[in-house]
Design a binder for this molecule. Sequence first.
Ligand SMILES: NC(=O)c1ccc[n+]([C@@H]2O[C@H](COP(=O)([O-])OP(=O)(O)OC[C@H]3O[C@@H](n4cnc5c(N)ncnc54)[C@H](O)[C@@H]3O)[C@@H](O)[C@H]2O)c1
Ligand SMILES: [Zn+2]
Ligand SMILES: [Zn+2]
Length: 397
Amino acid sequence: MASNRGLAYMEPGRVEVQSIDFPKLALGNRKCDHGVILKIVSTNICGSDQHMVRGRTTAPRGLILGHEITGEVIEAGRDVEFIKTGDLVSVPFNIACGRCRNCKEGKTGICLNVNPARPGAAYGYVDMGGWVGGQAEYVMVPYADFNLLKFPDKAQAMEKIRDLTCLSDILPTGYHGAVTAGVGTGSIVYVAGAGPVGLACAAACHLLGAACVIVGDLNPERLAQARSFGCETVDVSRSASIAEQIDNIVGAPEVDCAVDCVGFEARGHGEDARKEVPAAVLNSLMGIARAGGAIGIPGLYVTEDPGALDERAKLGNLTIRIGLGWAKSHVFTTGQCPVMKYNRQLMQAILYGKIQVAKAVNVTVISLDQGPQGYKDFDKGAARKFVIDPHGSISKN
Ligand SMILES: NC(=O)c1ccc[n+]([C@@H]2O[C@H](COP(=O)([O-])OP(=O)(O)OC[C@H]3O[C@@H](n4cnc5c(N)ncnc54)[C@H](O)[C@@H]3O)[C@@H](O)[C@H]2O)c1
Ligand SMILES: [Zn+2]
Ligand SMILES: [Zn+2]
């Protein structure tokens, strides 16, 4: 049998390369004749993985990480009709059956049939159904006809692979944050967080026609990265409030649209930037979004956080000033991004040169063996999106 290697979460702060089973068209007793085996071309490290690797979830030791997968089909199950061996495909990080009520409504982030514990599943993620992750050489993708996005031309796709690798998660996720915040032509937008999701969101805001995109963070290197493609920036650790800094940029202390690309590990603002204040971003966005505005919340919030500072936050209870959002008639959109809703259009935007997402997020290609170091550097706040190239297919290209 062919061999396989993948990145395993071992304990807080430690990820290791291991020999793992070659994937089968099954998950435990569940047959996956509707699935395919992929030889992975690129697989990215995500801020969502960091929550697990920092010990901020109940992820078990030995979990094989990785939900941002692009690859070539090397074997198709008996029930796969339209995807073929040899196809180069992007895998939405959400696993979806295509048959349940939510999938039929396009809500593929909360599929009802792929995770016995709760709606919604993903590869290599705690509480997400036990599907094996794809920071590996090979992975199994179930419901392949429904889940996979095939690239029209392999050679053309390999030329843009650094951009196309962002279609499995961060580009659709950032775009979803922008769309659900109401971003359109002429919008003034505030994006909280200059990690890869925030930067992809900012690039998506430009694609959607925003007039001014302001990105907030406390990491100077990441803020410089945001400025490198035309964003304005706010340093949330400064004593001037976010509203004051926005006022200095656009002449008013508010924005049309706001997006939370940070999530529950948020730092506070000003003096509080040294510590974690999990509701800081949500509360500040209600403060600066105009009355009648919308707030997109792709940033992740959890139901269990063993590393939380207080007992309430350990169960995901945060001190949110909902009265303010209510008074301003704000619309909130939470949850996993339903990647499939956007990935085809965004693929075309990439292939026709309308968005340079790899440049925006500073895609940096590494080998599988460099994966553990990639996790360390990303955790330190490197202004990079690490893309693992397990077979050397990108470096060879
Ligand atoms: N909804 C989804 O489908 C989905 C998909 C992918 C990622 N996510 C989530 O999106 C979030 C961002 O992902 P990422 O990969 O960019 O993570 P990341 O950890 O690299 O980036 C988060 C950034 O937020 C900054 N930050 C912390 N507190 C802040 C504050 N108060 N104001 C502004 N910035 C602040 C950090 O310095 C960091 O640069 C994570 O929570 C991740 O789990 C959600
Ligand atoms: Zn991700
Ligand atoms: Zn479903």
